[in-house]
Design a protein around this ligand. Structure first.
Ligand code: FRU
Length: 499
């Protein structure tokens, strides 16, 4: 299988992982081991569309620069390799390695093809590596967990060490039932049923790619909660694919949610905004976290696309990018415990800003920033004191009649990202859109961290309280940035552009 498609790198991001060639979707098997972060991913090694699903592989030592590696786990005549996770089996519980050389073990979904005896089923399987992820062997005893289901997939495995004991826990989905099912194991090969969670909150699409992890609240190790991530498609808050999360407890057997607004299969459309969302944009899906990340950090990556139009995005020779890596924490904000997120800064710390403004009145109209503040790859940190009414915000990736509008409506308290005039939106009827999230001002101020790359905008509002991630496909020369307000009275407290 060879690829002959020409490679067009026009929209190829600088700071977001893409496969050198061909299709990618979900991040898989995120694991840190021996100084290296491993990013595996759903990949078609032979084409620019979804198909031949295998695990592609990339490695990094800093979460910023990724080196593509050979395909790690390949599909064959019997099975496609669907999403899953990987663990460093430190105690060699699986016996795939030795005490001195513990194996990396991937737990993936075998999506069996009609040619297989298990044709039509999805079941969980193992592959292992004893050379730091360079080569992988499928376990001869696969599958290790089969429920005779056609929609049982996306296993996320983690080590539980708590009051109930010490063992591996798998969370996976019965996708069409909108259920997360939990299992436990001593050796990763034999699994025992623990419990089922769901359906709850958003149920407007199949549940996929779950994750479950514990985090301290406001950094207090004595006060922890568990976060259950459930991606769903369609049925996300902005339309199409999206990720929701629940906060609660896990006793080693069952996850109990403290944030369920509506239970059962019938979601309440009028209460969608009350559910917990990982992102309020269109392009942050299948987000899961790294296993074994150093310093107890919880680092997540999402596929920066959406099943509604992901197959049609206008790139040639490659298709699909990962989000920036995000560190997630639990914090008490406005009397509620919520997930807050911060990008791992692609500029690697705090390089000098190319352009800075401070304490500047923001009058009605459009204020163009100078060329030092423009570009297709930028980080913009801005703190605004919007006027008491009307809209205030930024115009991004402007030029050639194109603009992406990030606006705050003071009357409604709503931040919106409008990509209707962002550039090429024609490739799919569902692409042109406006995303919205309610964001309260803090002390009258709105703080935004904006990451622009060649085909994306990621916004972190109020120190990561809400995020908006959208793909955009502007012309390369659409690089201007402006501030705007529709009435006088606002202030730019601070603005820094890094490029
Ligand atoms: C999510 C998903 C998973 C599945 C994979 C197949 O985007 O549909 O449920 O394992 O993609 O590529």
């Amino acid at each position: 299988m060879t690829t002959t498609t020409a490679l067009d790198c026009r929209y190829r991001p600088k700071h977001h992982y893409t496969a050198g060639r061909n299709w990618l979707n979900d991040p898989n098997g995120l694991v840190y081991a021996n100084g290296t972060y491993h990013l595996f991913y759903q990949h078609n090694p032979a084409g620019n569309d979804w198909g031949n699903m295998s695990w592609g592989h990339a490695t990094s030592t800093d979460l910023l620069h990724w080196d593509e590696q050979p395909v790690a786990i390949s599909c064959d005549g019997q099975e496609a390799i669907f999403s899953g996770s990987a663990v460093l089996d430190v105690r060699n519980t699986s016996g795939f390695g030795t005490a001195d050389n513990p194996p990396l073990v991937a737990v993936y979904t075998s999506a069996y093809s009609p040619a297989s005896q298990l044709g039509g089923r999805q079941a969980q399987s193992l592959a292992y590596s004893t050379d730091d992820g360079a080569t992988w062997t499928k376990y001869a005893g696969n599958p290790v967990l089969d429920r005779a289901s056609a929609d049982f997939r996306d296993p996320k495995v983690f080590r539980y060490d708590g009051d109930a004991g010490s063992y591996w826990v798998m969370v996976a989905v019965e996708a069409t039932d909108r259920e997360v099912v939990l299992y436990k194991s001593a050796d990763l090969k034999t699994w025992e049923y623990l419990s089922t969670f769901g359906p709850a909150n958003a149920t407007g699409g199949v549940w996929e790619c779950p994750d479950l992890f514990e985090l301290p609240v406001d950094g207090d190790a004595e006060n922890t909660k568990w976060v259950l991530v459930v991606n769903l498609s369609p049925g996300g808050i902005a339309g199409g694919s999206g990720g929701q999360y629940f906060i609660g407890t896990f006793d080693g057997v069952a996850f109990v949610s403290e944030t369920t607004v509506t239970g059962g299969l019938q979601q309440d459309d009028s209460r969608m905004a009350e559910y917990g969302w990982l992102d309020w944009g269109r392009d942050y899906y299948a987000a899961v976290s790294f296993s074994n990340a150093p310093d107890g950090r919880r680092l997540m990556i999402g596929w920066m696309s959406n099943w509604q139009y992901g197959a049609a995005t206008p790139t040639t020779g490659w298709r699909g990018a990962m989000s920036l890596v995000r560190e997630v924490r639990l914090a008490r904000r406005g009397g509620k415990v919520v997930l807050v997120q911060a990008a791992v800064d692609p500029f690697g710390g705090s390089p000098a800003a190319a352009y800075t403004l401070a304490g500047q009145p923001l009058d009605a109209g459009t204020t163009w920033l100078p060329s030092d503040a423009s570009g297709d790859v930028l980080r913009i940190d801005v703190e605004l004191e919007p006027a008491a009414a009307g809209e205030t915000g930024l115009l991004l990736r402007c030029g050639n009649g194109e603009q992406t509008v990030l606006a705050y409506d003071s009357g409604l308290g709503v931040l919106s990202l409008d990509r209707r005039a962002s550039g090429n939106t024609e490739f799919h009827e569902a692409f042109a859109s406006v995303e919205r999230v309610a964001v309260p001002l803090e002390g009258g101020r709105l703080k935004l961290e904006i990451h622009l790359d060649r085909c994306s905008v990621e916004v972190f509002a109020q120190d990561g309280l809400a995020t908006l991630t959208d793909q955009v496909f502007p012309a390369e020369s659409s690089t201007a940035v402006a501030l705007f307000a529709d009435r006088d009275g606002g202030t730019v407290v601070r603005l820094d552009v890094v490029r």
